[in-house]
Ligand binder design. Structure first.
Ligand SMILES: Nc1ncnc2c1ncn2[C@@H]1O[C@H](COP(=O)(O)OP(=O)(O)OP(=O)(O)O)[C@@H](O)[C@H]1O
Ligand SMILES: O=C(O)C1=C[C@@H](O)[C@@H](O)[C@H](O)C1
Ligand SMILES: [Mg+2]
Length: 172
């Protein structure tokens, strides 16, 4: 039983990379944000708006534990903040767990997020300058938790396939 966990800041490519990896190694992919949305019957945006971030972080922790305890192999794409709350970073070293931090620079993240921020409540209302500053500060605060992953793969300047190859080498 293998639990492959991809983590990293919003926009680093967790969902995109996991989908390709899933097809190649034939292990199902579960996106933690989507799992939470299905369980709650609400979008992440709606959960933040109606219940607040603290409630979301509790739901996120419960969902992560659920997935780790479910039988069978799985690739789990964590939400961007998941490793940073509720001691979730300790779960990155659990039994049967292989955790990979997809590390992206501020510039890469900004370029990817600027085009598609509406579904990401933490940045949805920021202008470009505010967004850049927010990403820089937030990434700095979160790096400690992201660096708890067992493996770190840099994604800057890489295609999806190149990043997937790096992960396959770790899995080999
Ligand atoms: N080389 C690349 N690797 C991964 N994603 C890329 C790459 N180049 C561009 N992208 C784009 O970056 C965007 C963010 O990717 P994705 O949604 O997979 O990130 P994420 O880490 O799952 O974000 P979130 O935490 O918000 O769910 C997507 O629009 C994706 O197509
Ligand atoms: O970085 C974060 O804190 C978040 C990232 C998304 O994946 C979602 O889990 C939510 O928008 C919060
Ligand atoms: Mg995603």
């Amino acid at each position: 039983m293998r639990k492959i966990i991809l983590l990293g800041y919003m926009g680093c490519g967790k969902s995109t990379i996991a989908k390709t990896l899933s097809k190649i190694i034939r292990v199902p992919f579960v996106d933690l944000d989507e799992y939470i949305e299905e369980k709650a019957g609400l979008s992440i945006n709606a959960i933040f708006e109606q219940h607040g971030e603290i409630k979301f972080r509790k739901m996120e922790h419960a969902a992560f534990v659920d997935l780790l305890n479910a039988p069978g192999d799985v690739i789990i794409g964590l939400g961007g903040g998941a490793p940073c709350y509720a001691n979730n970073h300790e779960l990155l070293h659990g039994k049967n767990v292989l955790s990979v931090y997809l590390k992206a620079s501020i510039e890469t993240l900004f370029n990817r997020l600027v085009a598609n921020k509406s579904k990401r409540p933490l940045i949805a209302n920021k202008n470009e300058e505010e967004m850049k500053e927010f990403i820089a500060m937030h990434l700095f605060e979160r790096s400690y938790y992201y660096n708890q992953a067992q493996h770190i793969v840099s994604v800057d300047e890489k295609t999806v396939d190149e990043t997937v190859l790096d992960i396959l080498a770790i899995l080999a």
